[in-house]
Write a protein that binds this ligand. Structure first.
Ligand code: BG6
Length: 485
């Protein structure tokens, strides 16, 4: 395995993300040999922890991997803690000293990755201090990993980006959209461009509509405070859903390199129609979950830290129009919501149908649509729904499914999204991170929807927890003579 060399500095090292995702991912990279002798991690946060307390916390977060005692001791010996107040500039010089010490000790070649696992309003200050106080280096690489939300609309995203750009160039910024680290999201390009069968028909001559569903069974859990200021549109559509759409809709990249893939995705996002207020009303619907007396699930408005009259949507469905030659006339239906009947991230490419040549004159009709389904999670795989002859004496056409499916949990062979993304960042590959131009255009797309909605009072709640969402989402497709698969 090609061992990587870097110093990680994690801001927000005592937080949830670090414990649940970052330490386990670093450990997996360590186990596979991508991280070995020449790496170190500085954890920073406000709490006054010692290295030992920090190392204990790291150990706990990787218990499920059942490391041997030697393995564990070796791994955690690379972790160092530095109490840090992001607003106190003196704290940064302590950080600089520790960084330089570790650089020498582990021979880290001045390669540095700064992971900001904290609230975005600190990003500007931190990045500025990193640069001004010489914590970024001259000789090695300097990379910044940041988490969503990246702004709350186009304007706030732009100011945030300008602040960060004062210290880091675009190619040093790695904006996480953890969906891009998922095995099956990365597989979208494989199936599109690895199969001439599909490459040749991936357009409006053959495709009737595309459906992207990001359904969750969970409610807002303990994140009511954050979620009530966000809602499904900003939480799931602006980022994950539009990323998936861009991968499905983009023109074939000239080469499969970071630059060409990103520009193909940006071009696709730029071709999504920006709706007027009337078009928003026609093409987008929203919902909010209600209590389910049978299961005891609470209504969204009863959740902790949610306003009792909240108008925040927990469900969005919409029709996107992509204005280019390939997609003229092909609706992209998208939907995402919480407290639905099950967790399911799934894509359906619905092909156009034809007259059924076997139908009798009296029962003339269309053939069932051929459908390519891409299962993202929890089931992973593909299926292709084709028509065949029903077994028996008569000649009746019926849909048959060719499927390659497995459960990611059962096989446990899909590297955790964060593990893949950290490795990409170590290698300097930004393909599976969102470029500023993608973020900017995604905000422009959702801003018009948000602004329109904010002027009207929704009729909430409008779907029962554990159901398939509000009726308006079905009505939306009916207007196009389509149904959710
Ligand atoms: C996050 C959202 O980005 O994605 C959460 O903030 C959501 O609200 C989560 O639950 C879903 O991610 P996954 O990987 O569980 O599908």
């Amino acid at each position: 395995t090609d061992e990587q060399t870097a110093l990680f500095t994690i801001f927000g090292a005592t937080g949830d993300l670090a414990q649940r995702k970052l330490y386990p991912s670093l450990f997996r990279l360590f186990r596979k040999g991508f991280l070995n002798d020449s790496f170190a991690v500085i954890g920073t946060a406000r709490r006054d922890w010692s290295n030992d307390v920090y190392r204990n916390a790291v150990s706990e977060s990787i218990q499920s991997f059942q490391p041997t005692s030697t393995e564990l001791a070796e791994f955690i010996s690379h972790f160092y803690y530095q109490a840090h107040d992001v607003n106190n500039s003196e704290d940064y010089s302590l950080l600089q000293t520790l960084a330089d010490t570790l650089d020498n000790k582990y021979n880290l070649k001045s390669n540095r990755i700064f992971y900001l696992a904290m609230a975005p309003h600190f990003f500007g200050t931190i990045t500025q201090q990193l640069k001004e106080q010489g914590i970024t280096t001259k000789d090695g690489f300097n990379r910044l990993i940041i988490e969503k939300p990246f702004g709350s609309d186009y304007q706030t995203a732009l100011s945030l980006n300008n602040e960060i750009n004062a210290a880091f160039e675009e190619d040093q910024i790695f904006r996480i959209d953890h969906y891009l680290g998922k095995e099956m999201i990365q597989n979208i390009s494989a199936i599109r461009f690895g199969n001439p069968l599909f490459t040749s028909i991936w357009n409006n001559t053959y495709i009737d509509n595309v459906q992207v569903t990001l359904a969750e069974e969970l409610g807002v859990e303990d994140r009511g405070g954050y979620y009530d200021t966000s809602g499904a549109l900003k939480d799931m559509i602006q980022n994950h859903t539009l990323q998936v759409v861009s991968l499905l809709a983009m023109e074939p990249p000239k080469t499969f390199t970071e630059r060409d893939i990103r520009s193909a995705k940006i071009a696709a996002l730029n071709d999504i129609k920006l709706y007027s207020a009337e078009e928003v009303a026609e093409n987008f619907v929203r919902g909010q979950y209600d209590a389910n007396p049978n299961t005891g699930q609470l209504a969204y408005r009863q959740e902790p830290n949610v306003a009792p009259e909240s108008q925040t949507e927990t469900y969005v469905a919409g029709k996107l129009t992509i204005e280019n030659q390939r997609w003229q006339g092909v609706p992209f239906f998208i939907r995402s919501g919480k407290r639905l009947s099950k967790k399911e991230t799934i894509i359906h490419i619905v092909f156009k149908s034809d007259l059924n040549p076997f139908a009798t004159k009296e029962a003339a009709g269309l053939l069932p649509n051929n459908i390519l389904t891409i299962y993202i999670q929890p089931t992973e795989g593909f299926s292709l729904t084709l028509n065949g002859k029903e077994i028996g004496d008569n000649f009746k056409i019926e849909p048959l499914k060719l499927a390659f499916e497995h459960s990611s949990e059962a096989l446990d062979n899909s590297p955790e999204a964060y593990e893949k993304l950290l490795l990409d960042c170590l290698k300097g590959d930004g393909t599976n991170f969102t470029h500023w131009d993608e973020v900017a255009q995604s905000w422009r797309i959702v801003d018009v929807i948000r602004q329109t909605w904010d002027k009207q009072t929704p009729d909430f709640p409008n779907y029962i927890s554990g159901s398939n969402g509000p009726k308006c989402a079905d009505d939306l497709l009916a207007k196009d003579h389509a149904i959710w698969i």
